[in-house]
Design a protein around this ligand. Structure first.
Ligand code: PEP
Length: 255
């Protein structure tokens, strides 16, 4: 059985920065600012294009590398895709899967499930994103939506592998909007998700093995509340991870 990670904070740089030079400068500033921090695993997910420059720079051994997506096949005729094996060759250890920005452009639960399996097979920690729309939240449909996404996303995952998966709750309405989810709602949702997973595996004690993360408009002001009040094991940070000073403050808030 896998073990629950230390506190985990993930930076999702999305389609930023615009050049290797900018990506390296940002990465180096983070590495320097976090060199004495031991209590938190920090994962940086740059664009695929910037991963080689970061790796070849030899900087930031205190940080881990993640990818924002990947394909599920190992190699072959899949134009425009990037495989788990290719990423693994660069020392990537984590991959964000099923992000709401990808679901919005057509990534299905079935595709996500294949990617989760492929990530585990190559030894990555898949960060499985789940989240509901504002309509789902307001109508009470959110729990069915999340249950469905979890059931599909974990379809090919064995119970003993759950310690190697991170579950990221990111309400669609909170991603990149400055409208963060309140700690109380976030807590209720975490408990619901962990309970649902316990149901799938028929194991009410499974929560001790689940890495539950929160994402959606995290700042240094609200970061601590998701860990201390809502009980999450860590965070995924988008916009604020592009500002190294703010991102370091976020990490320190959850340490
Ligand atoms: C994200 O990238 O998934 C995200 C949550 O972005 P932001 O922190 O900007 O809301």
């Amino acid at each position: 059985m896998g073990t629950k990670a230390k506190r985990l904070v993930v930076a999702n740089w999305k389609m930023n920065p615009k050049s290797d030079k900018e990506a390296l400068a940002l990465f180096k500033e983070l590495a320097e600012g976090l060199k004495d921090l031991k209590e938190v695993d920090v994962v940086v997910c740059p664009s695929f294009l910037h991963i080689p420059a970061i790796v070849y720079s030899g900087k930031g051994r205190n940080l881990q590398l993640g990818a924002q997506n990947m394909f599920w096949e190992e190699k072959g005729a899949f134009t425009g895709e990037v495989s788990p094996a290719q990423l693994s060759g660069f020392g990537v250890k984590y991959v964000i899967l099923g992000h709401s920005e990808r679901r919005k452009i057509g990534e299905t639960d079935e595709i996500i499930a294949k990617k989760v399996r492929a990530a585990l097979d190559v030894g990555f920690t898949p960060i499985l994103c789940i989240g509901e729309t504002l309509d789902d939240r307001n109508s009470g449909e959110w729990s069915n939506r999340l249950n469905f996404q979890l059931r599909c996303g974990l379809e090919n995952v064995r119970r003993e592998e759950m310690g190697n998966v991170a579950i990221l709750y990111e309400p669609f309405w909170a991603v990149g909007t400055s409208r963060a989810c309140g700690a109380k709602e976030a807590r209720e949702t975490r408990l619901f998700a962990e309970d649902s997973i316990g149901g799938f595996y028929n194991d009410p004690n499974i929560s001790k093995d689940i890495n539950s993360l929160y994402g959606g408009s995290v700042t240094s002001k609200n970061a601590g509340s998701y860990v201390k009040e809502a009980g999450y094991n860590g965070l995924l940070v988008g916009g604020a991870s592009l500002d190294p000073k703010e991102f370091i403050k976020i990490i320190k808030a959850v340490a």
